[in-house]
Design a binder for this molecule. Structure first.
Ligand SMILES: [Fe+2]
Length: 373
């Protein structure tokens, strides 16, 4: 497998000084793609952590913002469900051609299935599936989703993943040095559902409309903030094979499966190049850092302009001084719109209201944001 050596992924902040703040970081080792242009893109939030029936549409220049009430009358007693986790329905168009992707699946199948129905989104129309990284709040609903809908979906259904790391066993500290399972994406479940995983540490174009960043080099001042632990290796045919990372620099403890703080080495962003607007970069959880992710999207495409940064920014656990430094650099990035979701954090929302009020768009379960024509 080609890709980014692990030491480059984790080389840390020292390299950041070699890149101008708004310049895109690319070197001879950076894989390049031609990002296809689309005329329009809409992002509908299938599920996120909250829904507010009172939130109104917003006047955002160049973006159509639509809200939904999110419930059906007294007899049905149904409502959009919100819980920890994220799932986004992506619809792009170029000329007469429309493509639809489902990116991440939230925490439970019950929620993603309920919300897809309430939002009148038909999985049979999907062209491909994408998973940002191997965390339960992003793949947890996939099994229930496939159980309910796979039979009506296209035969050759692909799931785009950033690499082997998506299959690792995640664990959480449970006290006294013990760990409890935090889930694992099941290859057998995918095979049984006739879903073909497509793993790539390098960027890939999806369905001629979208592209993934592939693995995101860690070259900014950012660091991976506390999240789960990971246990590398294969056990009983499940888990992640350390030989399938581009450059296997794992410690003996890691190779023995000892839990270590999770770096999400193969987390990927899903992106679009919207004609006349620029890049729309969807971080999903942003463990590798939002600045790193923006840099990567620019570097692999050569497209400098970022129209919108969307998704989980994983700054909820950020110490105040760290958040302030990230905000200061984010302000230099010439981004038109910020759509913080999921794990971005109330601290980030407060900082963005203060520092970048013109760019901030509030996000809730059910909202739809449309870019371009
Ligand atoms: Fe997440």
């Amino acid at each position: 497998m080609t890709g980014i050596p692990r030491r480059r992924l984790l080389q840390g902040s020292a390299a950041a000084v070699t890149f101008a703040c708004t310049g895109f970081a690319a070197d001879a080792a950076t894989p390049r793609i031609t990002a296809p242009e689309v005329d329009s893109l809409s992002i509908q939030v299938v599920t996120d952590g909250n829904h507010d029936v009172f939130i109104s549409g917003a006047q955002v220049p160049g973006v159509r913002v639509e809200r939904v009430r999110g419930f059906r009358g007294a007899l049905e007693r149904r409502a959009l469900r919100s819980e920890h986790g994220l799932s986004l329905w992506l619809t792009s168009a170029r000329g007469a051609e429309t493509k639809r992707l489902l990116l991440d699946y939230g925490w439970t199948g019950e929620t993603v299935n309920n919300n897809l129905e309430m939002l009148e989104l038909d999985p049979a129309t999907l062209d491909a599936l994408v998973l940002s990284h191997g965390h339960l709040d992003h793949f947890g609903g996939m099994e229930g989703f496939l159980e309910k809908h796979r039979g009506r979906m296209k035969d050759d259904l692909r799931l785009y993943l950033g690499g082997e790391d998506a299959f690792c066993q995640r664990v959480s500290p449970a006290g006294n040095g013990a760990f409890a399972s935090y889930g694992r994406l099941d290859r057998g479940m995918l095979a049984a559902a006739r879903v073909r995983p497509v793993l790539s540490e390098d960027p890939l174009v999806i369905e001629g409309h979208a592209f993934t960043t592939g693995a995101v080099p860690r070259v900014s001042q950012e660091r991976v903030l506390p999240n789960s632990f990971v246990s590398y290796g294969m056990r009983d045919g499940a888990g992640c094979d350390t030989a399938k990372y581009a450059d296997a620099h794992f410690s003996p403890a890691e190779l023995a499966g000892q839990p270590v703080p999770d770096q999400h080495l193969h987390e990927q962003a899903t992106c679009y190049h919207v004609k006349g607007r620029g890049l729309v970069v969807i971080t999903s959880c942003g463990h590798g850092g939002i600045l790193n992710t923006i840099r990567r999207a620019r570097a692999v495409t050569g497209v400098e302009k970022v129209h919108a940064l969307v998704g989980g920014f994983h700054l909820a656990p950020a110490p105040e001084d760290y958040l302030n430094r990230i905000m200061a650099e984010l302000k230099t990035q010439d981004i038109d719109h910020l759509f913080p979701m999921h794990c971005s954090g109330p601290n980030f929302l407060e900082a963005a209201k203060r520092e970048m009020p013109q760019t901030l768009v509030l996000c809730t379960t059910g909202s739809r944001f449309s870019f371009g024509a």
